[in-house]
Design a protein around this ligand. Structure first.
Ligand SMILES: [Zn+2]
Length: 444
């Protein structure tokens, strides 16, 4: 009987032998004192096997759940692969680039299309694609085009660029939402942090060639503000060129210190601005009023749509070396995509009634566009009566500093009260004046 028990226990121990590295168990047959030990060891081994089996089962369940989740994505991946295959020979891209070559200023939508096509054809590292998305983003900031902005931002992130993506551009974090609904009693702060987590997880950076450092910076960006340039410090105007080469290398940059000699021009400029519902945004760099369609500028009869106007403090332009308290930049675009900016210098003096209306409705913190109910505004309220100007070929005064922008700085200033200047939420948001580089400044 005893022998049978020993045999059974030894058989059990043999099962566990592999796990415990027992190779010399045979020599211990006689030692009955060790039988209990063997028994315990074999039991342990059995238990370990059981645990492992449970773990494998859990992993299998998880895999099958994941597979279920992946199923709808598989279809999308296949579609994308088909599109990629169609573009792979590069002919479509060559064709499109040839077609766009003659056009000087591509629209934001065309830039996005070009960037996407280049990315599909040449891969995520293509610098021309990155540049196209950047251009699209810049052009889009001038108008109200959420989809284009989102496409360009997502494109840049996919290319591994450091870019903060607007929350409204991110895919809906479905899981977080469910969790939130489950725990209805969650505090506001907790919800916010859950949303933030979802963003940093889903914003595409994890798939890029991020080097960790960039990621940390980007996360910092999410905590604070979604900016990657500013008017001071590490990201100040002197450093813009690092990320936006045109800002440093461009030869026709804005703003300018406007001083003679001037060239006489016969160019005729007129405005036809219309009243419309007020739409304002604090984009972290300035207060911007987005203008509904219908307001126009005409340069020698050619119509330019007024897209938006915004403020700088102090004025970016200097006249004979002197800045004004502030400047309003009215940004226009014609059918070909060419930009024209009218600058109205604001001089400290009486209260400005137009600015009073705007300041009463402006968002003090960075955020999405606001549309105060029942408030209309006519941009013409901020224009002086006379339309004498200085004119020159310049650039956007913010990154990416794109050139080919026609500037008209009005000679007649408009008043703004000291208190109104002080109430503007940006203490300093003016790029320093740039080199003239032989450019002509004309005057009418
Ligand atoms: Zn400006």
């Amino acid at each position: 009987m005893k022998r049978t028990i020993v045999e059974v226990i030894l058989a059990l121990a043999l099962i566990g032998a592999g796990a415990f590295g027992w190779t010399n168990w045979k020599g211990n047959q006689k030692a009955t004192g060790q039988l209990t030990e063997l028994k315990a060891a074999s039991e342990e081994a059995t238990k370990a096997v059981g645990e492992k089996e449970a773990a494998i089962k859990a992993a299998e369940e998880e895999m099958s759940a994941l597979r279920e989740e992946m199923a709808p994505l598989e279809g999308q991946a296949q579609q994308l692969a088909a599109v990629k295959a169609a573009m792979a020979n590069g002919i479509t891209l060559t064709d499109l680039e040839a077609a766009y070559k003659s056009q000087k200023n591509l629209s934001a939508e065309r830039q996005v299309g070009l960037g996407a096509l280049r990315m599909l054809t040449k891969g995520a590292d293509d610098p021309v694609a990155v540049e196209a998305f950047r251009k699209a983003l810049k052009a889009s900031e001038l108008g109200d085009r959420k989809n284009t902005i989102c496409a360009a931002q997502i494109g840049l992130a996919a290319a591994g660029e450091k870019i903060a993506i607007l929350p409204e551009c991110l895919p809906k974090p479905a899981k977080v939402k469910e969790a939130k609904e489950d725990k209805g009693e969650k505090s506001g702060a907790e919800e916010k942090s859950a949303e933030k987590d979802a963003h940093s997880k889903d914003d595409g950076h994890d798939h890029g060639k991020d080097d960790g450092k960039g990621k940390a910076e980007e996360k910092g960006g999410h905590e604070k503000k979604a900016v990657h340039w500013s008017y001071e410090g590490d990201m100040g105007p002197e450093r813009w060129g690092k990320e936006f080469p045109t800002c440093a290398k461009g030869k026709s940059q804005s703003p300018l210190d406007i001083r003679g000699p001037f060239v006489k021009t016969r160019t005729v400029v007129t405005t036809d601005y219309k009243e419309g519902p007020l739409k304002m945004v604090n984009n972290g760099h300035t207060i911007q009023v987005n203008v509904p369609a219908g307001s126009k500028l005409r340069i020698d009869g050619i119509a330019y749509d007024l897209l938006q106007f915004h403020f700088h403090r102090p004025s970016e332009e200097k006249i004979d070396g002197k800045p004004m308290a502030m400047v309003v930049h009215f940004v226009h675009k014609n059918a070909e995509g060419k930009l024209a900016v009218v600058g109205v210098l604001l001089k400290e003096g009486n209260e400005n009634p137009g600015i009073k209306t705007l300041w009463a409705n402006m968002p003090m913190e960075e955020g999405p566009e606001v549309t105060p109910e029942g408030v209309n505004f006519n941009p013409a309220n901020l224009l002086p009566r006379e339309f004498d100007f200085y004119s020159y070929e310049g650039s956007l005064t913010t990154p990416p500093c794109t050139e080919g922008v026609r500037f008209f700085i009005l000679k007649t200033t408009v008043n703004v009260a000291k208190e109104q200047v002080a109430a503007f939420p940006f203490k300093r948001n003016a790029r320093p004046v740039q080199e003239l580089n032989g450019r002509e400044i004309s005057t009418n």
